[in-house]
Design a protein around this ligand. Structure first.
Ligand SMILES: [Mg+2]
Length: 367
């Protein structure tokens, strides 16, 4: 065993949605995934991010040349080197996505080479992590929304989330109708979450939260833009529901800004954006020191392996889009059992591989 990193390789895959999808502030009809494979000693680790194809160019042009030949087990040093090398590009957005995918691939590689699960290598905190069902796009028909919600209940899931705030909060009555529909569909015993994707102003968000108390909403995600933590803190102080955000934590300082402002009752983190498993662990520990739990944003099949090693992990978002995309591209996904995902401690790494069937979604813009 030489131990050196032999190669970092990025690939781009684009999987169309089944129908156009919208939330409070965006619309899309496909999801692009940039995968990273890391090779050493004949073993391969896999990471990925849901991002722009240009993240693959960051891997091929910057991070691969930077790290090839180095010791892939030195994850803390590698994280520092990746951040330093991208300083002048801005270590957010596609750069952060590329860094995240590389970090996850290296954790998977290290765990596989040691014959350990990712959670076992980090240090397990939970046998299983609860998930909440997430989709409920604003342009779904009521029938589709109800059918999706019933599907979550059939998996034993105890919390469900829908999107609200369509067209930047322009339709508050419709939002309330959809929340009422969701409550009718799932019954009183299931936790109801909503996500406005930053679509409201402070006043709109506070008025909306008061209106949907009647339906027992317990989680209000991005009531206002995450770019203004002080404004979000104003909503949080007025709300009964837990205000949550963190999907745009690209750098440690983004997590610090949300926590220090008192903006969130639970810090969300996305391992495919925040810097991978290494940055998740750092931010989750920081949140824990402030008495906060963390929740995984999207990318559930990757996130569960680090969340199982995170004492203050509350739950993971089980996102309908990423269920479909991950199923199309990868083998080794964990199934939901009794509303939870449970990593198998006997399976090395995170246990997932690119599936041969993924080739039909591959794009030309390889790094
Ligand atoms: Mg969200």
């Amino acid at each position: 065993m030489t131990g050196a990193l032999d190669a970092l390789t990025a690939r781009v895959y684009t999987v169309p949605t089944a129908m156009p999808e919208t939330d409070g502030t965006a619309a899309w009809d496909a999801t692009t995934v940039v995968t990273v494979t890391a090779e050493a000693d004949g073993e391969t680790g896999l990471g990925w991010s849901y991002t722009d194809p240009r993240a693959a160019r960051i891997v091929a042009g910057v991070l691969g040349p930077l790290l090839t030949g180095s010791d892939p087990d030195d994850l803390a040093a590698i994280r520092h080197r990746m951040l330093a090398a991208t300083r002048n590009m801005g270590a957010t957005g596609v750069v952060a996505s590329a860094i995240s995918a590389v970090d996850i691939a290296l954790w998977d590689l290290k765990a596989r080479r040691l014959g350990r699960s990712v959670a076992g290598l980090i240090g397990r905190a939970h046998d299983a992590v609860p998930v909440y069902g997430s989709g409920g796009f604003t342009d779904y028909s009521d029938e589709h929304t109800a059918a999706e919600l019933r599907g979550w209940l059939e998996l034993g899931i105890q919390n469900v989330k829908i999107k609200i705030g369509a067209s930047w909060g322009a339709h508050p009555v419709r939002d309330l109708e959809r929340i009422a529909l969701a409550r009718r569909t799932v019954g009183d015993a299931v936790g109801l979450f909503v996500d406005a994707n930053g679509g409201y102003s402070v006043g709109e968000a506070i008025r909306a939260e008061r209106a949907f108390r009647e339906y027992g909403v317990i989680w209000f995600e991005e009531p206002v833009s995450s770019d203004y933590p002080e404004q979000m803190a104003r909503v949080r102080r007025a709300a009964l529901a837990d205000v949550a955000a963190g999907e745009y934590v690209w750098r440690p300082s983004d997590a610090a800004a949300l926590v220090e402002a008192g903006a969130v009752a639970c810090l969300q983190l996305d391992v495919t954006r925040c810097g991978g498993y290494s940055a998740w662990l750092e931010a989750a520990a920081y949140a824990g020191l402030h008495g906060l739990q963390v929740s995984g944003h999207c990318g559930q099949h990757l996130t569960v392996h680090v969340a199982a090693a995170t004492p203050n992990a509350r739950h993971l978002e089980y996102f309908v889009d990423h269920l479909r995309v991950d199923t199309a591209l990868f083998d080794g996904l964990l199934p939901v059992v009794d509303g939870r995902l449970a990593p198998d401690p006997s399976v090395p790494g995170h246990g997932m591989r690119l599936a041969p069937r993924a080739d039909r979604y591959r794009q030309e813009e390889d790094g």
